[in-house]
Write a protein that binds this ligand. Structure first.
Ligand code: ATP
Ligand code: MG
Length: 465
């Protein structure tokens, strides 16, 4: 069978057929050779692997060959043959070459030499063309697909929650306001406050920090749902683990208690990691070689070992007895910093940890209260290198308890009335969690900065491209 239609380099390299005509299209990675033969490494992003084009310089105009430089885009027609060289199984003997787009070596920033990740962030509009970002972005795609597959295979429904929301009480993070009011001269009420009744939605609105509250409405009707969409937090913390715009996966399940929630979270992450090992081997091998020598070992370790499940109170005791000097010392009641989470995971247990039963003061209002009156049924999944990768809980299903907590915290019932109503009619035990998609990708790719696992990162003072 000859290749027909548009064929990717990945398809050609997978094929066992040789001595057939092929057309390949892609971008030049390198060109080398002498006056008798030239070798072009061509890549089209379908795989980390290049296809080698063998060119007899005597068959082509000098002007054309001169313009085949790193970054130029080509169409090559020729014969696919067994490679005589050692680096690759097959290669293409060029018969015809067309240059779709030149790339002047004087100005094209992505030359053959390796570039720092910092430099590549400044040219994020071009970095998908590098090996590193090709690998990361293909893995990103594979993980997105695996997430939908995991839930679909288990009877969960993909539920779309709004990005623009007026429920400002979730407390998960600082929010971006959405308004069409004239910022230089907003309408005022009699007492001088901004008159939001004249705003587009007739009230203050924000970009969502989490789809959870609406997700719960889905779970209390469809039993098992998940969301997978963008989330926005005006996090003014410049860390390698926070973005202002990130993607979150939030499953929410009726009839799940905390234990079921933990089981799902552990199974879900293991499935995704195994999926990457099974389907992204070439890209993982590249990232392992370039950035993280222990990458596949760490991925296998997560799949093969049970996560530790531990009470927050016991976790604090371990930290206090550790003798470690932490930047932020930690007593019962404190919110764990990344340094504490990583101590538990990397030094103490050397395994992923699910920490449960946190003090209610440091967790959200909707979490189910334990009998002790002090803690809630929260669970955070803590991972090596990352710290928190998942945050979840069993939700408070009892109207009176939830209502009392909302009052205690002085939250606005006017914007939460619909949420409280779910506990008035047909309330049910239910649980859920949120997995930060880019935190998962940090773990799976071994990259160390969250800006390098999303095509166009949004962080403080940075919204270019
Ligand atoms: P952290 O303490 O790390 O700020 P959080 O407690 O604010 O996290 P949650 O509100 O529980 O996180 O959100 C659920 C998940 O979303 C987190 O476990 C994490 O994986 C991810 N996440 C939270 N904030 C961000 C962010 N700014 N950028 C990327 N991912 C995030
Ligand atoms: Mg946060």
């Amino acid at each position: 069978m000859a290749f027909t239609g548009r064929v990717t380099i990945a398809q050609i390299l997978r094929s066992t057929e040789v001595d057939v005509a092929v057309t390949v299209k892609g971008w030049v990675r390198t060109k080398r050779g002498n006056k008798n033969v030239a070798f072009i490494a061509l890549n089209d992003g379908s795989t980390i692997n290049n296809i080698q084009i063998v060119v007899n310089p005597n068959d082509f105009p000098e002007e054309l060959l001169k313009n085949i430089t790193t970054g130029a885009c080509l169409r090559v027609e020729g014969m696919l043959v067994q490679s005589v060289g050692s680096g690759q199984p097959v290669e293409v003997q060029a018969r015809e070459i067309e240059i779709y787009g030149k790339a002047d070596p004087e100005s094209y920033p992505l030359q053959k030499k390796g570039h720092t990740l910092e430099f590549l962030r400044d040219i994020a509009y071009l970095r998908p063309r590098t090996n590193t970002f090709g690998a990361v972005l293909r893995i990103r795609h594979a993980m997105a697909y695996a997430i939908h597959k995991y839930f679909n295979d288990r009877g969960f429904y993909y539920f779309h929650t709004p990005l623009i929301t007026a429920s400002d009480c979730e407390g998960a993070g600082a929010m971006f306001e959405v308004t069409t009011l004239d910022m230089k001269n907003p309408p005022r009420t009699e007492d001088g406050a901004i008159d939001y009744s004249q705003d587009f939605f007739g009230k203050p609105c924000n970009l969502t920090v989490s789809g959870q509250l609406e997700g719960e409405l889905g779970a209390l009707a469809l039993s098992q749902i998940y969301t997978f969409g963008p989330t926005f937090r005006a996090e003014n913390s410049n860390t390698p683990r926070h973005l202002a715009e990130f993607w979150m996966i939030e499953p929410e399940m009726a009839f799940y208690e905390l234990e079921d929630d933990m089981n799902l979270a552990e199974d879900f992450i293991k499935y995704l990691v195994q999926y990457a090992l099974d389907n992204c081997a070439d890209d993982l091998a590249f990232l392992e070689k370039m950035y993280d020598k222990e990458l596949t070992e760490r991925l296998r370790f997560v799949v093969e070992n049970d996560f530790v499940r531990l009470d927050y109170t016991d976790g604090i005791e371990i930290l206090q007895k550790s003798g470690e000097k932490f930047e932020f010392p930690c007593d019962w009641g404190c919110d764990l910093q990344s340094e504490h989470e990583r101590y538990l995971v990397e030094k103490h247990f050397k395994k992923p940890v699910i920490l449960i039963n946190y003090p209610k003061e440091i967790k959200a209002f909707y979490m189910k209260q334990n009998e002790d009156g002090k803690t809630v049924r929260a669970m955070d999944v803590l991972f090596p290198k990352i710290g928190e990768i998942i945050g979840g809980s069993e939700r408070e299903a009892d109207f009176d308890k939830l209502n009392a907590r909302v009052e205690e915290l002085g939250m606005s019932k006017e914007s939460l009335w619909w949420y409280l109503d779910t506990r008035r009619w047909g309330s049910a035990p239910h649980s859920g969690f949120g997995l930060g998609f880019e935190r998962l990708l940090l773990f799976v790719t071994g990259m160390s900065n969250i800006r390098d696992v999303i095509p166009f990162p949004r962080t403080p003072k940075n919204a270019e491209f």
